[in-house]
Design a protein around this ligand. Structure first.
Ligand code: ATP
Length: 246
């Protein structure tokens, strides 16, 4: 598709089980090559939205009850996570859930499972190791021996091995030191500069400010404010949402 948005979410309603309403009519767009942050307190529905976009709701006994999601002008709902990776939506949602027994390089190869052009994989890996030099220094080490920050870098790099058009991230800065967060932010800026769109959930403000242009504030499953990330992060409602959790 050639529209201005790579991702369009319109009126999305999601429940867990039969009754827990997690999203009640959420609409947002991610422009092609753009970077958008989703802000909000614990339980607001941020992770649920990311699960919907990446095809992971069925794993959590959750269901779409209304609305639509379109990626590249094609419907997303009903397609499974690996089909969506092949279509161009890569994600790192489960924090640092890398494979601890596999080496760094093997972890990266796992991320390339859906790549049809196998000959392109070494060049992509080399490009990602330039982006995350620490991973290059540790290619043959088991992933489990990396520091928390390095494991987060590996999780992001693994997702990028798929060569996605959209990268979806949940709390990549959680528990990491400010210097490491800055390193990850610089890498993600390069990623968006090269044309990959990003949809980011992060409770820290550093990545949202450093990487995204636009942001939305979720409250109890609804978007209650939207705007440039800098403006929104200065909003009292956002400050309150964050103060409520940290
Ligand atoms: P957090 O930062 O705590 O993850 P969040 O903004 O990502 O918050 P969600 O995790 O999307 O919020 O949760 C939205 C709502 O859905 C909450 O009411 C939560 O209790 C509920 N919920 C989330 N996961 C499940 C689940 N697996 N089963 C049942 N209810 C769930």
């Amino acid at each position: 598709g050639g529209g201005p948005n790579v991702l369009e979410v319109d009126g999305l309603v999601v429940t867990y089980g039969r009754s827990v309403l997690a999203l009640s009519g959420v609409s947002l767009n991610v422009p092609r090559g753009g970077a958008v942050a989703l802000l909000g307190a614990n339980g607001a529905g941020k992770t649920t939205l990311l699960r919907a976009v990446t095809g992971l709701l069925p794993l959590y006994d959750a269901e779409v009850r209304g609305g639509t999601i379109r990626f590249d002008d094609r419907p997303v709902i009903g397609r499974d996570a690996s089909a969506l990776v092949r279509a161009g939506i890569a994600q790192s949602l489960e924090g640092r859930r890398i494979f601890p027994e596999l080496t760094v390089e093997e972890n990266l190869r796992v991320g390339a499972f859906a790549v049809r052009d196998r000959a392109a994989i070494p060049a992509r890996q080399a490009e990602l190791l330039e982006l995350f030099p620490r991973l290059g220094e540790r290619l043959r080490q088991p992933g489990g021996l990396l520091s928390g920050g390095e494991q987060q870098m590996l999780a992001i790099a693994r997702a990028l091995m798929a060569g996605p058009e959209l990268l979806v991230l949940d709390e990549p800065s959680l528990g990491l030191a400010p210097l490491v967060v800055a390193e990850i932010g610089a890498a993600l800026r390069t990623v968006t500069d090269r044309g990959t769109a990003v949809l980011l959930v992060d409770q820290g403000t550093a990545l949202a400010l450093g990487v995204t242009h636009d942001a939305h504030l979720l409250e109890h499953g609804r978007i209650v404010a939207s705007g440039p990330t800098t403006t929104l992060l200065a909003d009292d409602r956002v400050r309150e949402a964050y103060l409520g959790t940290r």
